[in-house]
Structures are given as C-alpha cells and as structure tokens.
Design a protein around this ligand. Structure first.
Ligand code: ADP
Ligand code: MG
Length: 827
C-alpha cells in the first residue's frame, strides 16, 4: 500500500517523505521551498492548530506554510508548545527542471534554542540528561547558549530530583530503556539507550574533548555522570545536529560541597521564585548584578550555597575589601554595566548564528576589561579571591582593536543588509564601494544633463527591481526623446527608456554592490573565526566577570541595607543579633521591620519552640534565620547587627498546610512526606525550620506527630531546629529536655484589640488570640461575639457549650500533651 502510494509521489515529495522518515516521530519538519517553509501531512495538521495558520490541501496532501523571513516567530511558538522543530534547508542553488538538494540543518528544541525572544537573560537554559547506572544516579547539564557543561552524581533519586528542581532544565533526555521508571521524575524525552552506555559515552566524550581520559575534568569514577554527559553530546550532535565546539570543559558539581536544599524547602523559603513574583524572593532582594551573566550566576549561588569555610571566607574578604573602598566599588560596577552578555554572544558566534551586532557588543564589552583590571588590581594585593579572578580575566587587546577597526559604529542586525565593515578596513571593499558611489553619483547627475540635452524638463531617472535604472518621460514629451534611447515600457502617462551608457554604469553599480555585500559576509566570517580562536579564554574570562559581578552586587546590597559580615566557623552555633528578614526589610511599606535576636547552640538551645498568635511574625522569624544562614554561606553579608554562623550542611524548611494538588496529594500526605524527608536526611549539622507541622489531620494525631518529631530531632538527630507551632503543649518539652528553649512573639492587648509587637521573647505565649485576629480579618461582630462566649465558657469549665454538644475527649499522661486542655478544644 505504502509503496504504491509512494510511486505516485513527485520527486520532491519523495524527497520530503524520506527526509521526514529519518527524523524522530515527535518533531515537526520545516521543509524549505523557495521563500517558504512548508509542512505536510500530520506535521501540517499539528502545526496549523498551534500556529493558527490555514491548513490547505494539494493532491490530497494536507499542508501549511510559513514565510521564511518570519519563521523564527513560528518556530518559537512551537517550541513553547513543547514541540521540536527540524529545519530542512535547501543546499543547492535552484536550477529549473532539477530537484533542489535538501538537508536537515538542525533540530531546535526547548533545551537548545538560541532565539533571544525565547530566552530569559537572567536564567540558564539547560538541556539535561539523567540515567541510572548501578546504584548511582547521573545527571549532566548543558547550556547550549553559553557552553556551560556540568555533571553530578547522586546516591539516591530524591537528591537527583532536588537538583533538577534547582536547575530546572527546559528539556531532559533519559535512556529509552529507563524511560518508564525515570520518566516519572520529570517530563522526559526517551533517547537511544546506547548513547548512555558508560563505555560508548566515554568514547563520545574522549572524542569530543580530544583527551585520553576524563581524569583532568575530575570525572574519574563518576560512571553514571559521564554516561549522562556522553549521551548529551550524542543527542546534540547526532539527533539535533548541533555543533558543540563551544562545550569546552566539563565541570563536576559535587553535591557534598553545597548546602543541599530540597525542592520543597526551596519553595517554602521563596529563594528564586514565589507566588507573588521575583520581588518577594531572596534572589529579588539580592540581585544587584550589572550583567545577565552575573544574574544567572547569582541564581545558581543561591540554590547552591557553599560549605567550604575557606571559599566562603574568600568571598566575604572580597566584599569587605570593596566596602572599604566605596569609590572603587561604584567604579567597577559602572564598568561592569557596560559589559554585555559575553557568554551568550560568544555562544552564538561559535554556533555560526551570531550577527554583526554581536561582534560589536563583544568588542565593546572586551574593551572595558583593562579599566576593570586596573581597579581590581588595587584590591587584589591583599584579597586572595580578587587576585584569583584577576588572573582569570584576560585582556583581548588585539581582538578589541580588530573589532573596533572592522565594525562600523552602528551595524545592522542582519548580516545580509551590508554596511557592517568600516571604510578603510578592506581595500577591495573600499574600491567596490567607491565604484558604486561614483556610479550612483554619475546617474544622479545624468538626470540634469539629459534634461538639458533633450529640453525635456520633466525627465526623470528612476529605479525599480525589474528594470534597474531607467529614464522616464511623460507621454506629452515622448516625441522629444533622442534616437539613442531604447523604449522599455509604456505606461498610462509615461514612457520608460534605457540607454547603453546608463546600463553600463548600472552594471557597475549593482555589480559592485553585490560583490561588496559578499565581501562583507566573508569578512564577517573571518572576524567570527578570529573570535572563536579565543573561545577558551573568552569563556573563562566571562565566568570570572560573572563572579565579580555577583560579588559586587552583594557588596552593593550590603552597603544599601547595612548588612554585616558574619563570623563563620565549623561549630554548630548560630547567633544572630538584631537579625532581619532580608526580603521583608526591603519590601515592607507600612510597618518598619522589627529586628530580633537568635541564639542556638548544640547543648542548651538546639530546638527552639516558638508560639504566638496568628500573624504575630512566627513564620517570618524562623525563615529569617534560615535565609541569614544561607546568605552567609553564599558569601554574602547578612541583615543583622552581628552574626555568628556555624556552617550547615543542609537547610530544611517545612511548612504545614500547603497543598500540592498538582501532584494529587492531600495536604497531610505532602506534609508527612516532607517531614520524613527531614527525619531521614537531617544531620547534626543541618538547620531545620518547621512551620506548623501536623496541622493537616485531627488535633490529637497532629500534636502527637509534632511532639514525636520534635523529640526525635532533639534527642537523636540533634539538628538545630526552629519549630513554630500552635500546639502550646509542645512547650512542655523544655521541662524534660536541656536543648529545648521556648520563645513567643510578643503582642499587647489594647481594649479588645491586639497589637503585634513583632518581638521574640523567651517563654510561652499565654494564649492564642485567635478571636482577636479573626476580628482584625473582618469576621462579622455577631460571629466574633459568639466565639467569645464559647471561649469563655470553655475556659471556665473546660467543657463544650450546651447548645453544641460533642463527646469530650479524654486521655492524659505525664509528660504528654494534655488532651483536654482548653487549647486542644480550640482546634
Ligand atoms: P505568623 O506566622 O505568626 O502567623 P507571619 O510571620 O506570617 O506571622 O507574619 C505576618 C506578617 O507580619 C508578615 O507578613 C509581615 O508583614 C509582618 N511581620 C512579621 N514579622 C515582622 C517583623 N519582625 N517586623 C515587621 N513586620 C513583621
Ligand atoms: Mg505562620
């Protein structure tokens, strides 16, 4: 059947069908046909609805098309819809009667787009590969726009998922034979499992990097990680047909060198995303970077705080040095503001897709480096990190000079527009240009001389794409035309003529223009090649500039908000004097932020139980402690009068009562999952923030769970823990355990109202003030009053009001929550 059908296909359609057959099922093929990309069969049907273009039919074949010059926008739409797009380009010059040759030039996918309209400057766009080899989980990540390429290996799947959440890749490939199990991790694309086999992956990597072993990259023994890395390269080169020359190195992300922040904690702490926008995230509060490279790196730092004391100290030293020299700080930041996205610019240029403006912006960016280095030298003398960065930042004098000499001040965005190369840069180009200019001048003068010669004062020289230059004379004067004019066209009111002389000059002009454009394209390619020769240095310079940018942005934030340098060590201490919430202190408008102290240490105060009414500031306080710790470990200064932070290995932040309906789990289930994650992973060096756990179930269940979790954290794990809770009963723990301290958030009653003082004080909250808070929230007076009645009733005789009887719960035991306390009945 199929063979029969194919027989009837025209040669071009046969070419189409065989090309389409060589591609994966899920892609859509853009088949170049003159000025259009045409789509056929199923591809056309799928795309027409996404792109909202007309679906037509020819010889019963469904088809649709988009103009070549506007293709980018259509491709972007498909990519956004999660569809990969293959580009079938014409590779031979069309000759009448002969089939044009065509080839797949590349497949564009979400993880590999370089369309700036689809990319967020401030975020990496990662393509990831994951696989399981033996007991290890491997992850490789490539940002095709910048050339960043990294791997990591994890002992369990949960950690892999957490890292995926942090990196949030746009596309993930998995071996097809593991797709069933790994596919659940994220929406993954199955890819040839052969590419993931450790031995074949190793060969792919060795070929790519032209090395004998991967030891130089620190990948020795990381079998799962290298398998994933090899698969990425294989996928990029063989399936997507991309050049990977700019993936120059492979860095290893060692999970144990970072503070691990699981996906839930990342959300609960609003690190880089929040429901109310970037402004309300830690990233939003800290981001004062000047370049997109810096913005991307800061995001990465926030999600991967350090555990290495020396490296953290090195960052703090650099901040301190610049804070001591504010003039130098602002000067360096001003210079950085003139530096563009070197990473992505060189990424594009090395992919052959850059434009003249990329070359120009690269030149202008690199031209800033000498000034920056000079300023940095002043700091580097006694700051080790500054010295290290200085040594990584190269000056590119020759390249800057070359680009400056070659590229005009305001180059066009499109290469084919011409007018890119400066006069005086290339002799041949100058000659063509002057030939073209002279010819045009001659033609402009011709109008005047012909008017005089013929006496036709309305004679005009015009140009169109069909005839080129011609002489136009009105019908009335056509009789005066001299004999050497050749008639070319008759219009309603005018006649059009050419002369041999005019055509001769025209040929020169047009020929010169054509050739000068071609020459410019050649020159552009040469310049691009020159840039690519420096790829390694450009990448490492850009990386160092990004680091400097992040650090100077943090310095700026420290200066603006009077952040201080924390003392850091390996103790398990945590002492904060007058600490503030880094985000709220910047965004609060109505109230001024009230600072609070925190003192935790392993023996006497490792579990702080915080009680207080709703809205008092409990959640804010416990998060503030986590964020200050995290900031200290990314190398930032902290919002406090002073702080002493013992390095933490993990930060957990669990918030009760947050549904994860998307995952189809009930509040309580989510809560228990996350709690067990903490119990199973926290160590003595972790910081645990628990905000109202145990609320998603019946009161007694909830309290019992909260109680036993708190005991376990205190007795067994010994992690520093802050526990905000409604269960006042929990404060009894301090009677039997040395490491437990009770705190509450101060409020003052004023007549019948409640005033929040936002001060954290030792001791237990006396009551919940639920009714006052409900009143503040605007609950009708009748309900508020009725609630007051009920409460006083409960408080007087610890029993239910007459009208709404319910069996009373019983159960009391020493050192256990008092079940029939008035508190319990409030739930
Ligand atoms: P709780 O968890 O006790 O219900 P939150 O921590 O959510 O209370 O705080 C409620 C609101 O109070 C916050 O959104 C913030 O606007 C304000 N707030 C909290 N702590 C402070 C503080 N220390 N200074 C000023 N305002 C605060
Ligand atoms: Mg709260």
């Amino acid at each position: 059947m199929a063979a029969n059908k194919e027989k009837k296909l025209t040669p071009m359609m046969a070419q189409y069908v065989s090309m389409r057959r060589s591609l994966p099922e899920d892609v859509i093929l853009f088949f170049r046909l003159g000025d259009f990309y045409e789509l056929f069969f199923e591809d056309a049907k799928r795309a027409a609805s996404v792109l909202n273009v007309a679906l037509t039919k020819r010889h019963d074949v469904p088809m649709c098309g988009v103009p070549h010059h506007a293709a980018q926008g259509y491709i972007a739409k498909l990519i956004k819809a999660g569809i990969r797009v293959a580009i079938g380009e014409q590779t031979s010059t069309p000759v009448p009667g002969k089939l044009v040759e065509r080839e797949i030039s590349q497949i564009i996918s979400a993880g590999t787009v370089d369309d700036i309209n689809l990319l967020d400057d401030t975020r990496h766009n990662y393509l990831a590969a994951i696989c399981q080899v033996g007991k290890k989980w491997g992850l490789a990540c490539a940002d095709h726009t910048t050339g960043e390429f990294s791997v990591a290996e994890f002992p369990d799947r949960a950690q892999l998922e957490d890292e995926l959440k942090r990196l949030s890749p746009s596309e993930i490939i998995v071996p097809d034979d593991q797709a069933d199990s790994l596919g659940r991790v994220a929406s993954c694309l199955p890819y040839d499992s052969y590419a993931f086999i450790p031995d074949s992956a190793l060969i792919t990597l060795r070929d790519h990097f032209k090395v004998q072993s991967l030891a130089g990259f620190g990948c020795d023994g990381l079998t799962a990680a290298t398998a994933a890395a090899g698969a990425i390269l294989h996928y990029l080169v063989h399936q997507l047909r991309r050049s990977c020359d700019h993936l120059r190195g492979l860095s290893v992300r060692n999970p144990s060198s970072h503070v691990l922040i699981d996906a839930a904690s990342q959300n609960n702490l609003d690190l880089v995303e929040s429901r109310t926008g970037k402004k309300h995230t830690l990233l939003g509060a800290l981001d004062r970077t000047s370049t997109p490279m810096g913005a991307r790196k800061l995001r990465d730092w926030i999600l991967h705080p350090l555990r290495d004391l020396e490296e953290i100290t090195a960052r703090h030293d650099l901040l301190e040095a610049f804070l001591a020299q504010p003039y130098l700080l602002s000067q360096c930041r001003d210079t950085l503001k003139k530096i563009r996205d070197i990473e992505r610019t060189t990424g594009r240029l090395s992919q052959g897709s850059g434009n003249p403006r990329d070359l120009q912006s690269l030149g202008l960016s690199l031209a800033q480096i000498p000034t920056l280095k000079e300023d940095l030298t002043a700091v580097a003398a006694n700051t080790e990190l500054a010295a290290r960065l200085l040594s990584k930042i190269e000056t590119f004098d020759d390249l800057v000079d070359l680009l400056e000499r070659a590229i005009v001040d305001e180059p066009p965005a499109k290469l084919t527009d011409g007018g890119i190369i400066r006069d005086g840069y290339n002799d041949a180009l100058d000659e063509f240009r002057s030939a073209s200019r002279d010819g045009k001048k001659w033609i402009a003068q011709l109008q005047e001389s012909e008017r005089q010669r013929t006496g036709i004062d309305t004679l005009k020289i015009k140009f169109n794409n069909v005839f080129g230059y011609f002489i136009e004379v009105t019908k009335a004067k056509a009789g005066l035309v001299p004999e050497d004019y050749t008639r070319k066209q008759t219009m309603a009111n005018a006649e059009r003529f050419i002369t041999p002389e005019l055509k001769e000059v025209e040929n020169k002009v047009l020929g010169a223009e054509e050739r000068s454009k071609q020459l410019e394209i050649d020159e552009f390619a040469k310049l691009r090649a020159q840039v690519c020769e420096h790829l390694d240095e450009l990448q490492s310079t850009a990386d160092a500039l990004a680091t400097l940018d992040v650090l100077l942005g943090l310095t700026e934030t420290a200066q603006l908000y009077s952040h201080t340098r924390p003392a850091i060590d390996q103790s398990n201490k945590l002492e904060i004097v007058e600490g503030r919430h880094p985000v709220l202190e910047q965004t609060l408008v109505e109230e001024k932020f009230v600072p609070n102290d925190t003192l935790m240490e392993p023996k006497d105060a490792r579990l702080l139980i915080l009680t207080g009414p709703n809205m008092a500031g409990k959640s804010t306080y416990i998060r503030q402690v986590a964020l200050i710790t995290l900031m200290a470990q990314i190398g930032a200064y902290v919002p406090a009068e002073s702080a002493h932070i013992g390095i933490v290995d993990r930060i957990f932040c669990r918030v009760g009562a947050s549904d994860d309906l998307a995952r189809g789990q009930s509040t309580f289930m989510v809560e228990m999952n996350e709690t067990s994650l903490i119990i199973n992973n926290a160590t003595e060096n972790s910081l645990v923030i628990l905000d109202e756990i145990g609320r998603g179930t019946a009161t007694f269940d909830g309290l019992s769970i909260a109680w036993s979790v708190a005991e376990h954290l205190h007795d067994e794990i010994k992690a520093r823990t802050l526990f905000a809770t409604h269960y006042h009963e929990l404060t009894d723990l301090s009677n039997t355990r040395n490491g437990v301290e009770n705190y509450n958030v101060a409020v003052r009653e004023w007549n019948d109202d409640i005033i929040f003082l936002r001060k954290i004080l030792p001791g237990t909250a006396d009551k919940s003030y639920g009714i006052q808070v409900a009143k503040l929230a605007g609950l009708p007076a009748s309900i508020v009053n009725r609630a007051k009645d009920i409460l006083s009733h409960l408080e007087m005789n610890s029993s239910k009001p007459e009208a709404k009887k319910k069996p009373k719960a019983k159960n009391t035991r020493a050192n256990m929550p008092v079940a029939d306390s008035p508190q319990m009945d409030l739930f």
